[in-house]
Design a protein around this ligand. Structure first.
Ligand SMILES: Cc1cc2nc3c(=O)[nH]c(=O)nc-3n(C[C@H](O)[C@H](O)[C@H](O)COP(=O)(O)OP(=O)(O)OC[C@H]3O[C@@H](n4cnc5c(N)ncnc54)[C@H](O)[C@@H]3O)c2cc1C
Length: 502
């Protein structure tokens, strides 16, 4: 009997406790608790997507924020990828970084990646400008290991360049320097740098917009460069870096010219490691082999469907890949200006160039970097030596606008042991005046990082655009902010040292 009473009392107290618990812990009280953190879905596992994830993680006070990255291929990096030729790893896509690419510099430091500086002999790398029949200009080659000889060759080459192009070289340098200085404004503190709603606004603020409205050729003529420098050296550089002529926009051209200066660097064993590191570092749910085929807006969220038949709900969706050659179905439809991608065929050959193709007698007479003039009959934009295994065995990289057929390669090479071909949908086909797609594709929370690629396509410009997109998301999606967006401060100098050189 006592036992029964005791059990009843226990049941009663349990019931009272349950009522109390329900009263004070029921969903009613959840009306005052913070909403569950939103999910941000990012389409594309390249530098744009990984940087958006990094900056969101860095700047959002919402620690429980879920970040998903969808990557259709099995590896991350996108256009930052490597090939293995003759057992050695080489950059297949984006290969060089500028010393003032401060996001890349900081990512590399933060991720403890090793920097690969160009070999000390780089300044004495021989250059030849090929017009299809002859080399119209050639610098000296130095096979000497002696740094004194290399220095002398470098000085002689500077003199040769000066003799051919004169003070126009100084004017070119000053054009590039002014553009780089304007670009550096994108590293200013958050307090002095607005969040940009459009690409146009972002470029105007930095004083770069006008350069996108005119061709590089027009800009350089106005800057006082000689026609010879524009037709030869500048053309060689734009053909190598963007596979296009000097009719690209002034901004893309300046970025391309900056990429041929000194102090260039890359990441040891592959630039793609920056992307992998950012993803690992940002607590991202990575969906590899998952291609997004449709994005539909359902009032409070976006539904992303993949070709695997999976469906994902996200409050914010970010497109971090060029949409130009993709077939993603948007519901409701979106509208962006038409843009063509420039295809660059990267062909990697292990073998030996045929001197007879260049009207020469010995392979040693062929410059290590062969650039070409703008002539539709020329079958390649550039050929460069990647590695000299020995005098009769070398690794080369060729850039061309069309695929390099075997018959053509067999004329250019006397010996070919290994050939790898990659067809890149490489960068926009630049056409001044540029028209930009919106950063916000639907006026809600569907964002497009690669709208900025019409300005210039590089790893760093992608990171700069990604940082702005992250800030734009944080300022527009209030649930992501625990405090007011205006409280968003620049990262402390301990976290990111934006002005340190390598
Ligand atoms: C040959 C070449 C040389 C270059 N040289 C340089 C250089 O020296 N220096 C430099 O700074 N830049 C260089 N660039 C440019 C640079 O590579 C790009 O600007 C930059 O890598 C763009 O990065 P991204 O993340 O925007 O796009 P991407 O790298 O193209 O990444 C987009 C990713 O999205 C994925 N994807 C696409 N559609 C879907 C989908 N529906 N679902 C899921 N995933 C999808 C793709 O597989 C890809 O991995 C070069 C580019 C090329 C091609």
């Amino acid at each position: 009997m006592e036992e029964k009473k005791h059990a009843q009392a226990k049941m009663l107290s349990g019931l009272i406790f349950s009522v109390f618990f329900l009263l004070f812990h029921s969903p009613i009280s959840s009306a005052t608790s913070p909403p569950s953190p939103p999910i941000v879905c990012i389409v594309g596992g390249g530098i744009s997507g990984s940087s958006v994830a990094h900056f969101l993680r860095r700047d959002s006070p919402h620690t429980a924020l879920t970040l998903r990255i969808f990557e259709r291929s099995g590896v991350v990096g996108g256009r930052m990828a490597t090939v293995v030729l003759a057992g050695e790893t080489f950059e297949a896509g984006a290969s060089i970084l500028h010393p003032k690419n401060f996001h890349a510099v900081n990512f590399t430091k933060m991720l403890n990646l090793s920097v690969k500086k160009p070999p000390s002999s780089e300044s004495s790398l021989s250059l030849g400008i090929w017009d299809g029949e002859k080399f119209v200009f050639k610098t000296l080659d130095s096979n000497s290991k002696s740094s004194i000889v290399q220095r002398i060759v470098a000085i002689t080459n500077s003199v040769l360049l000066f003799v051919r192009y004169g003070f126009s070289l100084v004017k070119m340098d000053s054009f590039v320097q002014t553009t780089v200085d304007n670009f550096l404004k994108y590293y200013a503190s958050f307090e002095s740098r607005p969040v940009f709603e459009t690409v146009d606004e972002m470029l105007k603020w930095a004083g770069l917009y006008n350069l996108t409205a005119r061709t590089l050729q027009d800009e350089l003529v106005d800057a006082g460069l000689s026609p010879l420098l524009i037709e030869e050296l500048v053309t060689v550089i734009t053909r190598i870096n963007y596979g296009q002529s000097v009719s690209i926009s002034g901004l893309a051209g300046a970025v391309s010219l900056a990429g041929s200066g000194g102090g260039l660097w890359s990441v040891e064993r592959g630039n793609w490691q920056i992307v992998a590191g950012l993803i690992n570092h940002s607590d991202v749910v990575l969906h590899r082999h998952e291609e997004i085929e449709s994005i539909s807006y359902h009032g409070e969220y976006y539904e992303l469907n993949s070709t695997k038949g999976n469906s994902y709900k996200c409050e914010v969706a970010v497109i971090a890949t060029p949409l130009d050659e993709l077939n993603i179905h948007f519901n409701p439809p979106i509208s962006i200006p038409k843009r063509k991608l420039q295809h660059t065929h990267a062909t990697f050959v292990r073998g030996l160039l045929n001197p007879a193709y260049f009207g020469l007698v010995a392979v040693s007479e062929i410059p290590e970097l062969v650039g070409t003039l703008e002539d539709p009959n020329l079958p390649f934009s550039s050929i460069s030596v990647l590695r000299k295994h020995d005098e009769k065995d070398m690794s080369y990289k060729i850039f061309s606008r069309k695929p390099m057929a075997d018959v053509l390669l067999d004329r250019i090479f006397s010996l070919r042991k290994e050939t790898i071909r990659i067809n890149w949908g490489a960068y926009p086909h630049y056409s001044a005046p540029e028209v930009f797609a919106p950063f916000v594709l639907d006026g809600r929370h569907l964002y497009y990082v690669n709208a900025f690629e019409n300005a210039a396509s590089t790893m760093e410009t992608s990171a700069v655009a990604a940082e702005n997109i992250a800030r734009l998301i944080l300022s527009r999606y209030s649930d992501l902010m625990l405090s007011s967006p205006s409280n968003l401060k620049s990262p402390s100098s301990d976290e990111e040292d934006l002005h340190s050189d390598l």
